[in-house]
Ligand binder design. Structure first.
Ligand SMILES: Nc1ncnc2c1ncn2[C@@H]1O[C@H](COP(=O)(O)OP(=O)(O)OP(=O)(O)O)[C@@H](O)[C@H]1O
Ligand SMILES: [Mg+2]
Length: 438
């Protein structure tokens, strides 16, 4: 038996609160897990940005990356770490770079998942490039934007093909607003999408490996109140359906960590935004749900690092298309994709690992989320985005949201203990009863 240490790297930008929680809980838990004949321990640090030789050995077993979508030096370092050293990375950097929102719509449409009708339009203006004028002159068709609007109907949405953070998203109520939004879109490549309006429900589902966190969502609320607190907003079957869609997208694109927004309209769930491979992880937006996300990150991180989960360098789409071709019913297809996705994320082995090796995580996290170190992590994030006179108020607000999660978490774990005690009491009572004579 050997004792080994797995190294986890956090590749961060402005992320502030969750890494502090992640590191703090890991320190509190200080796990040693069994993998085969080995005892495995963990070390975590933050990835530095500096020159690197392609042959420099990368000794991270896992990198949780938050920079690839906008910061090329780290993205390129990650690619070479995967190619040269087999580092496991959330998320596949090639896939982030090439599969934008628009491709994600096309892929899920191809798999037969209901996706609102979407049209791409050539940009309003361009960066000057040597061959631009001749290309457009020869091949660009004049088009009537009004046709696009009439094809999709109103309301619809114009948004960047690769967007995020609601930047450049415009709701279009009529042809005039479509024309106006296009005039203002500049050099951005935009698509126009049929609005799922009105909708009966709006949810956001985060996937982390095989784990999911489904939240009711109110897009009209201010940022820190969009994730709602209600629990029974979908049936068990709907929950499974949305989770299947989320995990399908994630397995298809090689994204261990991604979120999916879906809207319910007349009995059909329509995913509308699901290429978010650097999903929001901040306490200032997730509030009550934040600890659940941090714990999910820890579980999947410890599992992927401990078991040295092999990093898939390329994507494999054919099994999804094979399912599509085998089944014609949408619900059945989605359920089959879900099974494939859960197998991709090694769901059974992961659950066994959590039960057998991470039994202490719930308690360690519960303790840590009540600590002054946690309050401090919340404050650090609050100080980044709120004006100074609101720091105390919002630190308290978000810390109390976490405390309310702690109360619920404790209560949810307690019945098991109580039932156990009661069962013991009943059993004791039965044992103490004088046995009837035959
Ligand atoms: N087809 C649609 N039907 C109804 N509402 C939509 C549709 N597309 C976008 N919206 C609304 O616009 C918002 C922003 O659009 P979208 O989520 O696609 O953009 P984003 O920039 O990726 O947002 P973020 O990254 O913050 O989630 C959605 O949360 C939703 O409220
Ligand atoms: Mg969105």
């Amino acid at each position: 038996m050997a004792v080994q240490t797995r190294k986890i790297g956090l590749s961060l930008g402005a992320d502030t609160c969750w890494p502090l929680c992640f590191e703090g809980i890991l320190q509190e838990l200080n796990p040693t897990v069994r993998v085969g004949k080995d005892e495995v321990r963990f070390a975590v640090d933050r990835v530095r940005i500096k020159p690197f030789n392609l042959r420099d050995k990368v000794d991270y077993d896992l990198v949780i990356d938050r920079l690839t979508y906008w910061y090329a030096p780290t993205r390129e370092w990650l690619k070479k770490a995967i190619l040269m050293d087999g580092t496991y990375v959330w998320n596949n950097p090639w896939s982030i770079e090439s599969n934008q929102k628009h491709t994600a719509y096309a892929a899920m449409m191809a798999l037969g998942i209901p996706i609102p009708e979407t049209c791409m339009v050539p940009p309003k203006s361009y960066e000057p490039k040597a061959d631009l004028a001749v290309t457009l002159h020869r091949y660009a068709d004049l088009f009537d934007l009004g046709d696009v609007g009439r094809q999709l109907g109103f309301p619809s949405f114009m948004k960047p093909y690769d967007g995020g953070g609601w930047v450049g998203v415009t709701k279009l109520d009529d042809e005039a607003s479509l024309r106006d939004a296009y005039e203002k879109s500049g050099k951005s490549l935009m698509h126009v999408q049929k609005g799922v309006i009105p909708f009966d429900r709006f949810v956001r589902c985060v996937g982390l490996g095989p784990q999911t966190l489904l939240m009711n969502y109110d897009p009209s609320a201010p940022l820190h109140q969009r994730y709602c607190l209600d629990k029974d907003f979908v049936s068990a079957a709907e929950r499974r359906h949305i989770e299947d869609i989320t995990l399908t997208i994630n397995a298809f694109f090689g994204w261990d960590f991604n979120s999916c927004e879906a809207l319910l309209q007349e009995g059909t769930w329509w995913p509308i935004d699901f290429a978010n491979p650097c999903p929001d992880s901040q306490v200032t937006s997730l509030h009550y749900h934040f600890p659940t996300l941090v714990k999910a990150k820890l579980r999947w991180a410890l599992f992927t690092a401990a078991t040295k989960r092999p990093m898939r360098k390329t994507l494999d789409w054919e099994p999804f298309y094979a399912i599509r071709d085998k089944h014609s019913d949408t619900a059945q297809r989605i359920s089959e994709y879900g099974k494939l996705a859960r197998a991709h994320f090694d769901e059974e082995r992961f659950q066994e690992f959590c039960e057998q090796q991470l039994a202490g995580l719930d308690e360690a996290a519960w303790n840590w989320f009540g600590s002054e170190a946690c309050r401090d992590a919340v404050r650090k994030k609050v100080e980044m985005i709120f004006p100074k006179h609101e720091w105390d108020q919002f630190t308290e607000h978000f810390f109390q949201s976490i405390q309310s999660w702690r109360a619920d978490d404790k209560a949810a774990r307690e019945p098991k203990v109580r039932q156990h005690v009661l069962a013991g009491t009943e059993a004791e009572k039965a044992a103490a009863k004088p046995k009837k004579k035959r």
